[in-house]
Ligand binder design. Structure first.
Ligand code: NI
Length: 204
């Protein structure tokens, strides 16, 4: 039963990510799964492939494997426990291997299910969640979030401009684009408010 397999794969991924912090841990996987299902309600790719790829897409994230991306390899190990058609296993591994932002110029073109999961993953970098993840990641690196007086500083806000605000244009699906647009709007409103509060503090 595919529902049964999904639940067991989810357990295996939860265990594998147990020691990874918030933002890149299983909480991220759960949000990507939910985003992917929401997008796929419109796109209608194979829901089994979408669920598996969403669950497995960061299982061997390079950040936690000494800089080497191992998600495809670890996905193969997890999936071999189950009686899944080989073409489905192959599709899931190809998606997992080619989904990352880093690979965007060299990746193998994604199947429809892969496009859904990639959009879902990118969506989790945007909106209120995207702001929280950026702040948490910056804190882990000891970087400031906002430094308007230093335009060249490596800040969370600089990361919005260098990467996050480019994601909407990279969305594969109409649903992904629409959801990205909503979340991006919220981030611009947040930046405006932040700038206004900061400016007020300088005039105090
Ligand atoms: Ni991810």
């Amino acid at each position: 039963m595919s529902q049964d397999i999904i639940a067991k794969v989810a357990d295996a991924v939860r265990q594998q990510l147990a020691d990874q912090g918030a933002g890149h841990g299983f909480d991220h996987i759960e949000r990507v799964l939910a985003n992917a299902r929401r997008i796929n309600a419109e796109v209608k790719a194979d829901p089994f492939v979408v669920d598996l790829a969403a669950l497995l897409h960061d299982v061997g994230d390079a950040k936690f494997h000494g800089g080497k991306e191992r998600s495809g390899e670890l996905s193969a190990v997890i999936l071999q426990e189950f009686n899944i058609a080989p073409e489905i296993v192959d599709e899931v591994i190809t998606i997992v291997d080619n989904i990352s932002f880093r690979k965007r110029n060299t990746a193998t073109p994604l199947s429809l299910a892969g496009q859904v999961v990639q959009d879902a993953d990118r969506l989790d970098a945007l909106g209120a969640i995207g702001i929280v993840r950026t702040i948490e990641y910056g804190v882990s690196l000891g970087q400031p979030f906002y430094q308007p007086e230093n335009k060249d500083a490596k800040t969370g806000v600089a990361h919005f401009h260098e990467k996050l605000f480019k994601l909407r244009a990279l969305m594969n699906t109409a649903a992904g684009k629409r959801l990205a647009e909503e979340r991006e709007k919220f981030m611009y409103a947040f930046l405006e408010q932040l700038a206004a509060e900061h400016a007020a503090s300088l005039n105090a």
